[in-house]
Ligand binder design. Structure first.
Ligand code: CMP
Length: 140
């Protein structure tokens, strides 16, 4: 498998509990490299357009509210088969279904406050990275 880049967000439930370092430790222990990272407070417009694919879902409003409720850390991760690799490190969306040792099993509070986001495809990874980073902010 080829080297890939994927997009990650450490969500407000995790930054609030001071878990950025613990989550980054799990990312780095998996072999993925954090090649760009910044802590931001998303605006409603940023969160709304980032999650536009979920606009019709019943949880969309609450999701935007949650993602703007505190700081997040947006990241670009690089490594072998990075999109699938990071999904493995995160665990299932619902922490109740997540495997032992995954970020969501260990840290997530609920299906909404699930500590991290990761791209679901290589195509979406490119789109999501461009939402938050310019090419000169990514240092591989
Ligand atoms: P994420 O990977 O960021 O992608 C969409 C997010 O919507 C997801 O993680 C969850 O935080 C949230 N989400 C997904 N399903 C539900 C749900 N049934 N109820 C509330 N939030 C959800």
């Amino acid at each position: 498998m080829a080297q890939q880049r994927t997009f990650s967000i450490i969500k407000p439930d995790a930054t609030r509990r001071n878990l950025t370092g613990a989550i980054n430790a799990k990312i780095e222990a998996s072999g993925l490299r954090i090649i760009a990272q910044k802590r931001i407070h998303m605006t409603e417009d940023q969160a709304g357009s980032f999650y536009a694919v979920h606009k019709e879902r019943p949880f969309y409003g609450e999701l935007v509210e949650f993602m703007t409720s505190g700081p997040v850390v947006v990241q670009v991760l690089e490594g072998e088969d990075a999109v699938a690799a990071y999904r493995g490190v995160m665990g299932a969306t619902n922490p109740a279904d997540a495997d032992e040792g995954t970020i969501r099993k260990e840290f997530a509070e609920s299906i909404e406050a699930n500590s991290v986001h990761g791209s679901d495809s290589l195509e979406n990874a490119e789109i999501e990275i461009k939402h938050f980073f310019t090419e000169d902010e990514i240092v591989g």
